[in-house]
Design a protein around this ligand. Structure first.
Ligand code: FPP
Ligand code: MG
Length: 321
């Protein structure tokens, strides 16, 4: 994974260094509790896939410039803010294999820590002085909230279906990727033209792949870094592998699945999902969205940057962790 990412990042290697510096600068504070929280979050900083996508998409359209870097920083800050808040909402003790901010600093400080990342994201967005970019970042925040709320209210059986679920993941995951493409383009040109729309569409498919892959990992032993198997069930989330079974079951089986789901009988559900093809089905869906994402790139000139974006899609869709 690390090696593949390094190769994908090659065309924007220099700018990634700039991004990292700007990201740290955006979080400077003289409040010692904030310093500790920022240091804690930075210890498990993730792969920073989203800023990489902003940079690659900008380079596909023109030259990466200070606006691109500000936009990439803003999107990563907002993403991290949403994860901090998400762990408070999910009462999750772990994030990326380490104790979550919630676990170490408790909920009051964590909410404020998340607020700090969110406000820093908006401040960074304002540095672009580009109203379309500020709009895209703020709108993305609103969509994330919408997705998270949809998921909260999704604990009712009437909405356990694939369409509803795809809608949720478009809002809670794919919007981030789509916004990365939008920001990349808007940092190099004023408007979103037809080809930019294709690039944004590509990123949305990519985001769907990303989430579905996450769903698969939740059913695999050792699949998800830092998350126990069945974490989604534990949190009351019926994701694609189980939805596949549920939607196709007769009334009696539906009731049985629902009872096991509500009682959080993880081992039992995991066995059903594996035996009845929920994993294969989700893999097929991932392959479907991967293909759609790659198709969106067809009309772009064959450059190292386009090839990097193609490899990025493949990495997301085929990743093992
Ligand atoms: C992780 O989902 C969470 C998200 C993708 C979005 C969370 C969004 C919010 C809390 C609202 C918006 C917040 C701001 C700051 C604007 P998950 O719980 O399925 O995945 P996980 O396993 O990574 O926790
Ligand atoms: Mg969560």
């Amino acid at each position: 994974m690390k090696q593949a990412l390094q190769q994908i990042s090659q065309p924007v290697a220099e700018q990634i260094v700039q991004f990292k510096e700007a990201y740290q600068a955006a979080l400077l504070s003289d409040n010692s509790l904030l310093q500790q929280m920022v240091a804690h979050v930075n210890e498990s900083s993730g792969k920073q896939m989203r800023p990489l996508l902003v940079l690659l998409c900008a380079q596909l359209y023109g030259e990466i410039n200070p606006t691109t870097i500000h936009a990439a920083v803003a999107v990563e800050l907002l993403h991290v803010a949403s994860l901090i808040h998400d762990d408070v909402i999910d009462e999750s003790d772990e994030r990326r294999g380490k104790p979550s901010l919630l676990k170490r600093f408790k909920s009051k400080a964590s909410v404020l820590g998340g607020d700090y990342f969110l406000s820093s994201a908006l401040l960074e967005a304002s540095k672009t002085q580009n109203i379309h970019i500020i709009d895209a970042i703020a709108s993305m925040g609103r969509t994330l909230v919408d997705g998270e709320l949809l998921q909260l209210s999704g604990s009712k059986e009437a909405i356990y279906n694939e369409n509803y679920y795809i809608n949720v993941i478009k809002r809670k995951t794919a919007v981030l990727f789509a916004t990365c493409a939008r920001l990349g383009v808007l940092s190099t040109q004023l408007t979103i033209d037809k080809s930019a729309e294709r690039l944004i569409e590509m990123s949305e498919y990519l985001g769907i792949c990303f989430q579905l892959k996450d769903d698969v990992f939740d059913y695999q032993e050792g699949g998800h870094i830092g998350k126990p198997v069945g974490n989604d069930i534990q949190e009351g989330k019926m994701t694609m592998p189980l939805l596949y079974l549920y939607e196709r079951a007769n009334e009696a089986d539906k009731a049985e699945i629902l009872t096991a789901f509500q009682n959080k009988e993880i081992a039992k559900i995991q066995q059903w999902v594996v035996e009845k093809g929920g994993m294969e089905y989700t893999q097929q869906k991932i392959a479907y969205y991967k293909e759609k994402a790659l198709q969106c790139l067809q009309d772009f000139e064959d450059t190292p940057t386009r090839r990097s974006i193609e490899q990025y899609i493949t990495l997301v869709a085929d990743r093992k962790k």
